[in-house]
Design a protein around this ligand. Structure first.
Ligand code: E4P
Length: 215
């Protein structure tokens, strides 16, 4: 399973990238607004750090507006992926982007039928928001499993990005469900490395090593 970092914070992206496990980046309007910087500057810097797919979100609601915006964003870099909201207008735009060879990530997805529609118009990626479903009493990961089943039945090539991830258990469940990608914030990515028994085990070894005669 590929791991993406879900942020527009360039310092965090640089740090996580240095660990050697970041395959791509997902941004959204909230992430960009938190940086207080011009989107163009943020995006250019991200492309200079990570060489995998970088999702940049459109904010238009009508297909024509989404297309105009996405075509501009796609010019930034060959790795740009245009994020489009999962609506009728959004999917109309995705169909056209697909025809133009522009890769898309269909976002704010909450139902398996929305995911089926996105695949039918050739979405490159689908982003089910698991944490937001959990927050309203639905098992977010059930959606991922349903999408996986549907895409498997019909051989859709759309890759599943498990998004709105809140903790390492979501990452584990995403991997067990066979998701293609899981995108997460810096803190969750960092937590994947942690295990208290690893820390205790290292401490024990180092203490015992002190007792070993050195000559
Ligand atoms: C994914 O691409 C989104 O950017 C992200 O996961 C949004 O979810 P959240 O704001 O609920 O964390």
């Amino acid at each position: 399973m590929k791991l993406f970092i879900d942020t527009a914070d360039v310092a965090q992206i640089k740090e996580a990238h240095s660990w050697g496990i970041v395959d791509g980046v997902t941004t959204n309007p909230t992430h960009v607004s938190k940086t207080g910087r011009r989107p163009a500057d943020v995006y250019q810097e991200i492309f200079s750090i990570v060489s995998g797919p970088i999702s940049l979100e459109t904010i238009g609601l009508k297909a024509d507006a989404i297309l105009a915006e996405g075509r501009q964003l796609a010019k930034y870099h060959k790795n740009a992926v245009i994020k489009v909201v999962n609506t009728r207008e959004g999917l109309k735009a995705v169909k056209q982007f697909t025809a133009e060879g522009i890769k898309t990530n269909v976002t704010v997805t909450f139902s398996p039928l929305q995911a089926l529609l996105a695949a039918k118009v050739g979405a490159g990626y689908i982003s089910p928001f698991v944490g937001r479903l959990d927050a309203v009493g639905h098992v977010g990961m059930d959606l991922v499993r349903q999408i996986k089943t549907i895409y498997g039945h019909y051989g859709f090539k759309t890759e599943i990005i498990v998004a709105a991830v809140r903790h390492p258990l979501h990452v584990l469940e995403a991997a067990l469900a066979g998701a293609d990608i899981c995108t997460m914030n810096f803190d969750v990515l960092k937590q994947l490395y942690d295990h208290p028994l690893t820390d205790i085990g290292i401490e024990l070894f180092l203490n015992d090593w002190k007792k070993v005669p050195k000559q």
